[in-house]
Design a protein around this ligand. Sequence first.
Ligand code: FAD
Length: 400
Amino acid sequence: MNDRERVIIVGAGPVGLSAAIYLASRGLPVTVLEAGPQLGRDLRASTFHPPTLDMLDEYGITEQVIAQGLVAATWQIRDRVAGVVGEFDLGILADETAHPYRVQCEQFKLTRIVYDKLTVYPWAQVIFNSKVTGASQTGDSVRVVTEGPGGSTEAYRGSYLIGADGASSVVRKEIGVEFEGFTYPELFMLISTPFGFADYLPKLASINYFADPKEWLLLLRVPDFWRCLLPASPDRSEEELMSDDSIESCLQKVVKSDEPYEIAHRTLYRVHQRVAAAYRKGRIFLAGDAAHVNNPLGGMGMNGGIHDAFNLAEKIFTVLCKGAAPETLELYERQRRPVAIECIKAQSMDNLAVLNETNSEKRKRQFDEVRRTAADPKRAYEFLMRTSMLSSLRRAAEVG
Ligand SMILES: Cc1cc2nc3c(=O)[nH]c(=O)nc-3n(C[C@H](O)[C@H](O)[C@H](O)COP(=O)(O)OP(=O)(O)OC[C@H]3O[C@@H](n4cnc5c(N)ncnc54)[C@H](O)[C@@H]3O)c2cc1C
């Protein structure tokens, strides 16, 4: 394989690195350009869905994600006052996936695992401190320009370019693609604490979505902490929202504790629902958060981005190495963009709607529906196929 086939990937997040491992493990030269001085350490995704675990298995990544995370066979929708409304057991998907469970493992652990696997291939480069500032293309190549810490610039050439450079993607701007959608007015607050919630909240699972007309809540377990995700008022300043007092008062409403809570991490996020108007311009593609962002309820952003990465990398590989027609690449947008709109966006908005409904009649109807779904194996199966993203992958595979 000569270097003219080199695929340039912008961004060493979970999506860029997933595309890189697919291509590099099949012998294709890849260059990943990362703006940061090292892999990110942000506390963002922590849920891996079954099909993502299936995809990562081929590279020996899944076993390491499981070893560094925890397996969650069930998850719950709860009412903050009344407790469990419905519990869902992913074991019902045992005939559909080799991993009929979610794994709770922080995203920064995944990127380290994938990065280590990539270093085995001498033809795979990950170059840090390389912020892409420009991207262009000719009929048979792409070119990107990067800026280093001292203002030094470098240029890289390749056959194709994958923009996996996150929500504020420079690549998306360079190809003039709109990021259509909206930004939620409320902020989202993420707090990690070692507090033992399971000792106080009866029957708590490792993944819990709490509905409440005033303040919904997610309580997610990772190996060392519980992560609490809550809405926060945009009318209060960031300093105020992130203060010890404000966080203490949020957590005291979850479980009243005589001791002050120990806080391991705190972050405030602005959350968007946006999908790129196009996923491709010529030889330049968008994947992951560069192509779509959504609210984190349901854990679909990173998972959906990894599904994009494998879908696109497979098509680039077949064109470069298996003689497939370049038109094969058109399928990527046709298969993955509808998933972002009709599955990821729709499901994440439905998830929030169940949690934050204020009308008591509607809340009751929604809870009845959750109970019916949890109690009926056929409905539960369909619901879990959808929420675990297996349906969206099958649907995409049918698009020719
Ligand atoms: C609170 C929270 C919880 C979440 N929970 C979940 C969950 O449980 N499950 C789930 O699936 N998703 C979840 N998500 C979403 C998930 O974190 C994102 O979808 C995921 O990080 C997207 O990965 P990515 O690789 O596309 O982008 P990113 O992770 O943003 O990575 C982009 C990379 O590109 C680099 N970069 C940016 N610009 C440039 C440039 N110009 N040149 C070079 N490099 C550049 C960045 O430094 C970064 O390393 C959550 C998000 C939040 C905020």
